[in-house]
Design a protein around this ligand. Structure first.
Ligand code: GLY
Length: 424
C-alpha cells in the first residue's frame, strides 16, 4: 500500500513511526514532514494546506490512502478534494471538521443534539464580549472562535485580564480566527482526552490520555497546545469512558451525520470530568498532539488497517485495537517564549542518541541547517517519549533522555503525570 501522510509536527512523526512499522506499507511519503520523519519515510516539500499540490502528490505516488494529521488541512478541505480525486482519505471533510474549526458552531451543535458542555456566549464585537463577562463568574474562559494553533484560549482570573484577552482577539492577534469570541463557564474537574474513530456510520473507541495544557509546572502559566501527556490516565475509569463514548462521541457522530456531514476519521474529545459527569471542553477533528505520541507507543495493533477502514466505511469489519499494558509518557521540549513568541534557531545536540528500545524522540518543530546542526524551528520542538511497565518507570526513562539532550534555548515541564503519581 502507498500512503501519503500530511503534516509536520510531533503527532505526524509518531504516526509516521507507527505506519512505517506496518507490513502493509510499501511506500510512505510525508508532506511536508520534518527532519525526524525522514528516518521513516520520504519527505516532499508540499504544505499541509496546499490542497491542489497534495492531491497532485497523492496521484503521483499512486497513493492508496491519504492520512491527514493537522486541523489546518481539514479546514482547507483536503479530505473533500482527495475523495473527489477517488483516493481514500483518513480525515473528515471541511463540513464535518467544523466540530473543531468553529467553537461557536460546536456550542450550537451541542445544544441541538443534547451534548453536555459549559454554558457560553458567542460574541461578535469586543463590547458585546465585555458585557457578556457580567453573566459569568471568574475565572473567565475566553476563546477565539476559529483555529489558533492551541493559542486561542485564555483563562483569566481577573476581569481586567479577560477584557485584555477580548481586545487581543478582536484586535487581530489570531487573524480571522478571532473575529468572533466565545466566552465560557469555567468547568471544575479533571481534564481528559479521548479518541474515537468513525467511518461515517460505525464508530470505535481509540484510546485516551491526559495532557498538561499549561506551560509551567504546577499547572501555571499560559495555555499551550500541550506540554506533555501520559497514558493510561486514572481519570478514565470504565464508567467515565462509557459516559464519554455515549454522551459525547456517539452523540457527535450521530448529530453530524444528521446535519448532513458524516464523520470519517478520528474525533478527539477533550472533556472535563466534573461532579455532574463528563462535559465537553472542545472537539478536535484529528489526533491530539502530544496525545498521539503516547497512544502510538501503547498501540500494539497495526495502525494502518484502522486508518483504511475509517476511510472506506469498513470499521465494522475489524476488531477493536489491542493496547499494551505498559504506560507511556511524553515530555515536550519547547523553545523559550512558547507559546507567545517562541525563539527560533536554538541548537540541539544529543536528540539522535540511542536511548534504548522503549524511548523515542519525535521531532515537532526542528530543521537542520546548512552545517548539519539540528535547530529549533517551532514552539514545540521535540517530544521525548518512553514506555515502561509502570508510569513511574516510563516517566523516569523519559526524563533521563530529556536530561541527556542539550537544548539551551528550550524549556520543559518536570511534572508530567503528577496527578497519577502523587494524587492529592
Ligand atoms: N494536546 C491538545 C491538542 O492537540 O489540541
Amino acid at each position: 500500500m502507498n500512503i501519503l501522510l500530511v503534516g509536520s509536527g510531533g503527532r505526524e512523526h509518531a504516526l509516521a513511526w507507527k505506519i512505517a512499522a506496518s507490513p502493509l506499507v510499501r511506500r510512505l511519503v510525508a508532506a511536508p514532514g520534518n527532519p525526524g520523519m525522514g528516518a521513516h519515510c520520504e519527505l516532499r516539500e508540499v504544505a499541509a494546506t496546499d490542497v491542489a499540490g497534495l492531491v497532485a502528490l497523492a496521484r503521483e505516488i499512486a497513493a492508496d490512502l491519504v492520512v491527514i494529521g493537522p486541523e489546518s488541512a481539514v479546514e482547507a478541505g483536503l479530505a473533500d478534494a482527495v475523495e473527489a480525486a477517488g483516493i481514500a482519505c483518513f480525515g473528515p471533510t471541511a463540513a464535518a471538521g467544523r466540530l473543531e474549526s468553529s467553537k461557536a458552531f460546536t456550542k450550537a451543535f451541542c445544544d441541538r443534539h443534547g451534548l453536555p458542555t459549559s454554558t457560553y456566549a458567542v460574541c461578535e464585537t469586543a463590547a458585546e464580549a465585555k458585557a457578556a463577562l457580567g453573566r459569568f463568574i471568574p475565572p473567565y474562559v475566553i476563546k477565539a472562535d476559529g483555529l489558533a494553533a492551541g493559542k486561542g484560549v485564555v483563562i483569566a482570573a481577573e476581569r481586567a485580564e479577560a477584557e485584555a484577552a477580548i481586545d487581543d482577539a478582536f484586535g487581530g492577534r489570531f487573524g480571522a480566527a478571532g473575529a468572533r469570541v466565545v466566552i465560557e463557564e469555567f468547568l471544575e474537574g479533571e481534564i481528559g482526552s479521548l479518541f474515537a474513530l468513525c467511518d461515517g456510520t460505525t464508530s470505535m473507541l481509540f484510546g485516551w490520555a491526559q495532557d498538561h495544557k499549561r506551560a509551567f509546572d504546577g499547572e501555571k502559566g499560559p495555555n499551550t497546545g500541550g506540554m506533555g501527556t501520559y497514558s493510561p490516565a486514572p481519570v478514565f475509569t470504565p464508567e467515565l469512558v462509557d459516559q464519554v463514548r455515549e454522551r459525547l462521541a456517539e452523540r457527535a457522530f450521530a448529530g453530524i451525520a444528521k446535519d448532513g456531514a458524516p464523520y470519517r476519521g478520528v474525533l478527539f474529545v477533550e472533556l472535563m470530568a466534573t461532579r455532574a459527569g463528563p462535559k465537553l471542553v472542545e472537539f478536535n477533528a484529528r489526533f491530539g498532539d502530544p496525545e498521539c505520541q503516547v497512544l502510538m507507543l501503547r498501540l500494539e495493533s497495526d495502525l494502518v488497517p484502522y486508518l483504511m477502514a475509517c476511510a472506506t466505511g469498513r470499521l465494522a469489519e475489524i476488531a477493536p485495537p489491542v493496547w499494551r499494558d505498559d504506560a507511556a509518557v511524553c515530555v515536550v521540549l519547547a523553545a523559550e517564549g512558547y507559546p507567545a513568541a517562541p525563539k527560533a534557531g536554538g541548537d540541539i545536540t544529543g536528540a539522535d542518541a540511542d536511548f534504548g528500545p522503549d524511548v523515542v524522540v519525535f521531532h515537532a518543530g526542528t530543521k537542520v541547517d546548512a552545517a548539519g546542526t539540528l535547530r529549533a524551528a517551532g514552539g514545540r520542538v521535540l517530544n521525548v517519549c518512553a514506555r515502561a511497565p509502570t508510569l513511574r518507570e516510563a516517566r523516569d526513562k523519559a526524563y533521563a533522555a530529556v536530561d541527556a539532550i542539550d537544548f539551551p534555548g528550550g524549556f520543559h515541564r518536570r511534572d508530567i503525570g503528577w496527578r497519577a503519581l502523587s494524587p492529592t
